[in-house]
Design a protein around this ligand. Sequence first.
Ligand code: DAH
Length: 335
Amino acid sequence: MQDLLDSALARITAAGTAAELEAVRVEVLGRKGVLAQLSKDMGKLSADERAARGKFINTAKQSLEGAYEELKSKFEAEALAKRLDSEWLDLTVPAPGARPGSLHPITQIQWEIEDLFRSLGFSVLDGPEVETEHHNFDALNIPPDHPARDMQDTFWLEGHHLLRTHTSPVQVRGMEKLGPPLRMIAPGRVFRNESVDASHEHTFYQLEGMMIDRNVSAGNLIYFMKTLLTAIFKREVTVRLRPGFFPFVEPGFELDIRCLICGGDGCPVCKQSGWVELLPCGLVNPHVLRMSGIDPNEWGGFAFGLGLTRLVMMRYAIDDIRWLQSGDLRFLRQF
Ligand code: DAH
């Protein structure tokens, strides 16, 4: 019996690795191990023998398990030391820190233009995105059967309401609420039911402007438009003025700028034409003034509707309008 125990002990202490030790544990201390064998024929022994055998088994168990535990802790300590040697922390590395957000490029340009116009004595007005047919169309001299309605594919809502197709209804609200003389701009989101591509979105941003006073001329209009474009682009931009038709202005103009993305050679944003429509404008149609209760014999005005989204695309050479609403951080982090 003592031999059996000695050889079992020797096998345990001979284990050179944790894996070997585990294999020996199964053989020696497991259900078919040495201790199990020693207890197998206990039933055939006399009471005295049984007591002696029991005592022997207990001591054997203690010394085998003791040897096993000791070696096991030794292997574990070695493994830990090895891991600590290969892993290390540099406590002097700066923490990653929070990444501060930034304003969307449309907001940035909008705020810049608001500052500019405030310095010229204009108020910044806000209007609802859900508009009445009256403010979006009728009061702007666009009656129900007018072809200009078809040009602005409209999201209609119930009860003669709609998602505003332009910021021009805020002109009407400004005239109604504040009356003449009036200097106002109205930035905001507008909606059109069109198919989306590199230069069209169903949701985009405009900035409306209107000035009503005595003796307002096309010269005033052109002065303000030039001031605006120089401030925005901070450099000379090539512009051209074409006649343009909008029912709420007379005469109406289209102010185009040479495409800053391709320099005029043609690209998807300028639809290969080299020019981008940026600033439709004109002198306020007397009929529009009259509908909002302003006497056109005493007052005149100009109005413009700046495409804010397109402006951002020009300024930052963004060649696909869809980036702006994508929420893509790779895009947004550049601003
Ligand atoms: N509201 C027009 C549009 O979205 C743009 C526009 C044209 C606005 C001429 C104006 C203007 O104020 O005078 O198509």
